[in-house]
Design a protein around this ligand. Sequence first.
Ligand SMILES: Nc1nc2c(ncn2[C@@H]2O[C@H](COP(=O)(O)OP(=O)(O)OP(=O)(O)O)[C@@H](O)[C@H]2O)c(=O)[nH]1
Length: 207
Amino acid sequence: MSLTHRDVATVGIGGPVGSGKTSLLTELVPRLREEGLDVGVIANDILTQEDADRLRERFAGVVPEDLVAGVETGACPHTGIREDPSMNLQQIDAFLADHPDLDLVLVESGGDNLAATFNPELADYSLYVISVAEGDDIPRKRGPGVVDCDLLVVNKTDLAPHVGADLDLMERDAREVREGPFVFTNCKAEEGVDEVLEHVREGVLFA
Ligand SMILES: Nc1nc2c(ncn2[C@@H]2O[C@H](COP(=O)(O)OP(=O)(O)OP(=O)(O)O)[C@@H](O)[C@H]2O)c(=O)[nH]1
């Protein structure tokens, strides 16, 4: 019997445009590979394969080319990860047809403001990435992406002094609006990435 998306662990990475999802993926994937895990990556874009092309280049020699795919949602990507994830699920099935030993698929998608969440059928575990440069009031706006994800990632901490963002306030608000954990990251300096990996490991791989 052929394998389906239900036979592989999946992690969703959502968040507003430019918050650092691709940068986080770029740090996470080689670490997962170093642990001996076979990883596939899907990038959701409205009309292009740009993110997927970028990721294929970054993962050259780390992830086989045919395990990096773009899904063109044709509409705001949240529709393809929440309302109707069938294109993503078919892509995962296609990965598994050629790579039955696949351990994990990471699905990246930009979202509509702060509302994007992953359909549970598509993501066993979800990260939502925001950037401090988008304003330190983002957590307290209580967007479903921020509140409902399994792990909130607050990225670009290095920019806080430049944009006047108060990280203590972001931490307090994040703790108030959600029960789940959050991690501060600076993907440029690889800060916080190992902590994110630890949460993913606990949340998915060894669940
Ligand atoms: N200073 C700083 N810049 C960062 C950090 N993380 C990412 N960036 C930069 O922010 C920009 C956007 O990062 P991406 O990783 O492409 O963001 P994204 O969320 O994948 O963007 P889309 O795919 O367009 O939605 C790039 O120029 C990154 O180099 C960080 O922690 N600090």
